[in-house]
Design a protein around this ligand. Structure first.
Ligand code: BG6
Length: 492
């Protein structure tokens, strides 16, 4: 019954999503400056990536060559076109446009690269959706100003955003300011890659050290996050002056959260985590003000909120986003019981849910959680459209003897999640699009690995830095092509 009635809307934005630092490579080409991600070494599920303020010859830095999308973009876009993409979410590498972050003039070669990429996309009828900062702010902003610790970086971001809005106003309609802005508060590594902030101690270390040993205080973290909010709100205001038709969104890393038991203590702990992990950022960016639970939390952990000025409050009110986007891979349970089995996850871990299976990297697969999260978001922000801009399954795909890659587990994962998207649409959620993560294999952000692959397109690039970057279609390629051609009707 449900199957026949509920349909994806016409013009639904089907596609895929990438980030420049995870796919482009060419890390110093055509005038690009170093970016924060260029300082993070490779790692694995068991061995953390490392960081220090110097790039060392003896270490492998996956972003430096990534999967060489910079030189393969025409081939990659042609493959996206063949799959029938309606939309491609990509990020502009800020340091290609302003190599030092605070340059007087933008780098023309960097601007031209994205012009060419957008033109190529339009050739295939693919709508670009552009993230302005996806874990790749110019390193010099960290070096000089400690990233968003300083208000100076707000000005640099706004200048960069305005440069892009003006240059691409007729080529790009959909924009996101910061990828997963809430990741700034999740771990100290998150504060670094998202906001460019380091503690004095970490800055002084001369040898690469594990990213899970990075430490930034909560005071610095929330100040930096606030400066990102202000930068985003100013960019929204400027963007809408340049082209009132722009849709400029927030992008939040969402994890389905459930109380581990009906114990009211677990329920309250879960509610608090939902508020602090997801709603704090969403409320500031969509509603234009900090929610009261944020101020309670700041008091609880002793944060001095003088950095939230009256002028800033006005900027936040006047710079709200006009659509809400998010990533969703998995869910976790929340409990006050420290003895329960723990599981990892996308940035934050939690308690094991016995009803769910796990990926090879220990992320719990939960398609119903996606429907639940979509409804939660719509209930909270009923006036704006939503888009899922990341979702997918990282797997260690291998070619068989004939060279074919049978990624059945990925197809199953995507089929289940797309089914739940449809159900959420049936629930009344105004969903405008879906871009799955990593349509071509790319570098994993958490582990720095290549073999945690998400793509429909296999890229011959391996963890030891070998591989000739050749592209091959996996089984999921033809499957997703069919899904798009049928507008989500044919999921078999
Ligand atoms: C999201 C990020 O958190 O998850 C992406 O926006 C990232 O940049 C994706 O790649 C998947 O995570 P991972 O660690 O498997 O690469």
């Amino acid at each position: 019954m449900e199957k026949n009635i509920i349909k994806f809307p016409e013009n639904f934005l089907w596609g895929g999503a990438t980030a420049a630092n995870q796919c482009e490579g060419a890390y110093l080409e055509d005038g690009k400056g170093l970016s924060v991600s260029d300082f993070v070494t490779g790692g694995s599920r068991d061995i953390p990536r490392k960081f220090c303020t110097e790039i060392k010859e003896e270490y492998f830095y996956p972003s430096h060559m990534a999967v060489d999308h910079y030189h393969h973009f025409k081939e990659d876009v042609a493959l996206f076109g063949e799959m029938g993409f309606k939309c491609y979410r990509l990020s502009i590498n800020w340091a290609r446009i302003f190599p030092n972050g605070d340059d007087e003039e933008p780098n023309e070669a960097g601007l031209k690269y994205y012009d060419d990429l957008f033109d190529e996309l339009h050739k295939y009828g693919i709508e670009p959706l552009v993230t302005l900062s996806h874990y790749e702010m110019p390193w010099k902003l960290t070096e000089k100003y400690n990233g968003f610790q300083s208000r100076k970086t707000i000005d640099c971001f706004v200048k960069y955003a305005v440069t892009c809005f003006k240059r691409y106003k007729d080529k790009v309609k959909y924009w996101l300011t910061f990828n997963e802005i809430n990741v700034t508060t999740q771990t100290s590594y998150g504060t670094y890659i998202s906001a460019g902030v380091l503690s004095e101690t970490d800055r002084a270390k001369k040898e690469p050290f594990p990213i899970d040993e990075m430490y930034v205080s909560s005071q610095m973290t929330y100040e930096a996050l606030h400066h990102q909010f202000v930068a985003s709100a100013l960019a929204v205001q400027e963007g809408l002056k340049i082209n009132p038709d722009f849709l400029i969104g927030c992008m939040i890393c969402r994890i389905g959260l459930y109380p581990h038991t009906p114990n009211p203590k677990d329920v309250l702990a879960c509610q608090k985590k939902e508020h602090l992990t997801h709603d704090l950022c969403g409320d500031v960016m969509v509603r234009g003000e900090y929610p009261s639970f944020a101020y309670s939390y700041f008091r609880e952990i002793g944060i001095n909120t003088d950095f939230i000025t009256e002028e800033d409050k006005k900027i936040l009110r006047e710079g709200t986003v006009n659509f809400y986007t998010f990533s969703y891979y998995m869910s976790n349970c929340v409990t006050v019981d420290p003895t329960v089995e723990k599981v990892g996850g996308n940035m934050v871990g939690g308690a094991r849910n016995p009803y769910l299976r796990m990926s090879e990297w220990g992320w719990q697969t939960d398609p119903d959680g996606l429907r639940y999260v979509l409804n939660l978001i719509h209930d909270r922000y009923p006036h704006i459209p939503l888009m899922v801009v990341e979702n997918g399954l990282g797997g260690n795909d291998q070619a068989d003897e004939a060279g074919n890659i049978h990624d059945e587990a990925r197809i199953e994962y995507l089929r289940e999640h797309i089914t739940c998207l449809k159900q959420a649409i049936g629930d009344g959620v105004p969903l405008i699009g879906y871009t799955s993560w990593g349509p071509l294999d790319l570098v994993s952000v958490s582990t720095g690995e290549m073999h945690k692959r998400y793509g429909y397109i296999f890229v011959e690039r391996y963890d030891d830095g070998t591989g000739d970057f050749a592209r091959h279609r996996k089984d999921s390629f033809a499957w997703y092509q069919k899904v798009i051609a049928s507008n989500g009707e044919d999921l078999l």
